[in-house]
Design a binder for this molecule. Structure first.
Ligand code: MG
Length: 156
């Protein structure tokens, strides 16, 4: 069996008048993330990690933000396409680990649903899916944005 590792990172700016969506979960908050798609930074980092493991570039190459079909689109749908590419190359998910960096809001109540959404997308047991949240103690993005790191191992 071959194992391949991938890493992804993404950040989006917080702004008013947008929904906050992370790992496909709509989170009640007075701001959302600015972006061409639904700006789900966690799913974007995850897709880049899977594409990185496949050495197939990144989501900017696959889903260019100059393309109107991706305007406000559901990033979970884009993740389905990335998973399909992974399967076509003969790989399946080993496990994944995401860290979301956000000063606000508190994300712990939503972590379970985030993990379920991702397990559903990959069609795998939830024990292979880890989502964590942390702050930067007010020292980094400091509430101006939300960032996410993702690591994956794929096997095939
Ligand atoms: Mg992004």
């Amino acid at each position: 069996m071959t194992f391949r590792i991938g890493h992804g990172y993404d950040v989006h700016r917080l702004c008013e008048g947008r929904r906050l969506i992370l790992c496909g979960v709509g989170i009640p908050f007075d701001m959302g993330l600015l972006g061409h798609s639904d700006a789900d930074a966690a799913v974007h980092a995850l897709m880049d990690a899977v594409l990185g493991a496949l050495a197939m570039g990144d989501i900017g190459k696959l889903f260019p933000d100059s393309d109107p079909q991706y305007k406000d689109c559901d990033s979970m749908k884009l993740l389905d396409k990335v998973i399909e590419l992974m399967r076509k190359r003969g790989f399946s998910l080993g496990n994944l680990d995401i860290t979301i960096v956000a000063e606000h809001p508190k994300l712990s109540p939503y972590i379970g649903q985030m993990r379920e959404n991702l397990a559903g997308a990959f069609g795998c047991d939830i024990s292979r899916i880890s989502v964590k949240a942390t702050t930067e103690e007010g020292l980094g993005l400091a509430g101006k944005g939300i960032a996410a790191h993702a690591s994956v191992i794929i096997e095939g």
